[in-house]
Design a protein around this ligand. Structure first.
Ligand code: DLL
Length: 435
């Protein structure tokens, strides 16, 4: 039988949910109009006053907020609460320049904590679980977000953070961890270290892994579930909107991530035209926060590519589901005109036997032509095999990539442990064209 954390809300009929959303949207628009000069300006420019929001369809009339707007507001200019109401600050690292800064009021932390607890329950965790939280603690939202939620659930949380993998494994064994939270790539690194240390995950108590913060494929899930002997659940979130716990898969279906619609409105748009797409179409996820006080965001363009479905779910939750993210629009590689997500290449690699789940894509431009090199590790035995065997396999992978994605690549099979391991978000692409 399905367990819920907030049964009434999680299973609320959609009509009632929509009525709640409208009320909250109206309050949010009024709040940002009153408190955030940026929004007063953009709404005025779009010719909209808060009282003109009369239905959820009016959402479309509101202007987008972009990552650039957040950067321009660095550090506090998008805050809708005064600093003496802000009790926590987080920031996302960002690959270039200054981080994106977010602030939470006490109520925001309360909501986040509840939503993480709700997410844990959807993933099959419960009071009595020992939650081994290997997301990084710090400005990154993963560690503290999962931590507070685990406590709210009434579980025992081990605040181990990322790093020192040998110690992680020792604690996991000795403390009897039943739930693991970390990035999917870090879970595979743990599996590898465990194997070398002679630790068999079948002898551990882990039952569920709650993995997110980076894109991963369905085939990667199969690999992780086999290696770690647990249910691998996908969790989504981003610091701009809250942190982890914006959406999560339910353990009943493992098919789509329920986005908590009593706090977030989700739309899918065409990333080029900005037009809202019909249900089921793939595009860029746009989120509006409808209960946040510290930094409410109206129509925030996440740049994450997914689709949305409101179909009823067997778990009984009525909140819409996001499909597994294929990645961010800015991570999409365009190679000789063909669009490819690293996760699509990952899927192909994971289906090939004796290929390990550690890979790196190197994109370059030679004589004005884009080139793609796929470096992927193979198991030790294969690597010590004849050159011919390796060549045949490399060609086979090149052919599959060409057949399935239409991209020409050069596959380089490398020795185990050649590719850098990650304790947080994995780096999968080096694009030398951007230098
Ligand atoms: O990664 C929050 C988080 C922590 C989510 C722990 C899940 C677990 P940021 O550092 O701000 O926040 O990065 C957010 O990471 O826009 C996506 O591009 C990516 N991302 C997060 N979860 C997933 C996922 C945290 N399940 C950015 N699948 C987002 C794919 C994900 N991408």
């Amino acid at each position: 039988m399905t367990s819920y954390f907030h049964e009434e809300i999680e299973t609320m009929p959609r009509v009632a949910l929509q009525a709640l959303q409208l009320k909250r949207l109206q309050a949010t628009v009024a709040r940002v109009y009153e408190k955030v000069p940026f929004y007063r300006q953009t709404l005025t420019k779009a010719g909209i006053r808060p009282e003109q929001i009369r239905s959820l369809d009016d959402l479309r009339r509101l202007p987008f907020t972009t990552k650039q707007d957040m950067r321009d507001a660095y550090p506090y200019n998008l805050f809708a609460a005064s600093m003496d109401e802000i009790v926590r600050i987080h920031a996302s690292s960002g690959t270039t320049g200054k981080p994106t800064v977010v602030g939470y009021t006490l109520k925001d932390i309360e909501v986040w904590t509840d939503l993480m607890a709700r997410s844990f329950v959807a993933a099959g965790a419960h009071k009595g679980d020992i939650i081994h939280n290997a997301y990084g603690y710090g400005l990154f939202t993963g560690g503290l977000g999962a931590h507070y939620g685990a406590e709210r659930l009434g579980a025992s949380v081990i605040p181990i953070s990322g790093g020192n993998t040998a110690r992680q494994l020792m604690i996991m064994q000795d403390f009897g961890s039943t739930v693991l939270t970390c990035t999917p790539s870090y879970s595979l690194y743990m599996a590898e270290e465990a194997r070398e240390a002679g630790i068999d995950f079948r002898n551990l108590k882990l039952r569920v892994g709650i993995f997110g913060a980076e894109p991963w494929s369905e085939d990667m899930r199969t690999e992780i579930e086999a290696k770690l002997n647990l249910h691998a659940i996908d969790i989504y979130g981003l610091s701009e909107i809250m942190g982890p716990g914006v959406a999560i898969e339910c353990i009943e279906m493992k098919k789509g991530l329920h986005i908590w619609e009593d706090h977030f409105l989700a739309e899918i748009i065409d990333p080029d035209s900005g037009e809202v797409l019909p249900e089921g179409s793939r595009g860029e996820l746009v989120i509006t926060t409808i209960t946040k006080e510290g930094i409410p965001l109206v129509r925030y363009r996440t740049r994450d590519i997914t689709s949305l479905s409101c179909e009823p779910c067997a778990c009984g939750r009525t909140h819409a589901r996001l499909n597994r993210m294929s990645g961010r629009s800015d991570d999409m590689l365009i190679i000789r005109g063909v669009n490819v997500f690293p996760s699509q290449i990952e899927s192909i690699l994971m289906r090939i036997e004796r290929v390990e789940p550690h890979y790196l894509l190197i994109v370059d431009r030679v004589d004005n032509l884009d080139t793609l090199e796929v470096q992927v590790e193979v198991d030790e035995l294969l690597f010590s095999d004849e050159i011919k065997v390796l060549q045949t396999l490399a060609h086979r992978i090149e052919k599959e990539i060409k057949d399935m994605l239409g991209v020409t690549s050069k596959v380089r099979l490398v020795e185990p442990k050649t590719i850098a391991r990650s304790e947080g978000k994995a780096k999968r692409v080096i694009d030398n064209r951007k230098r």
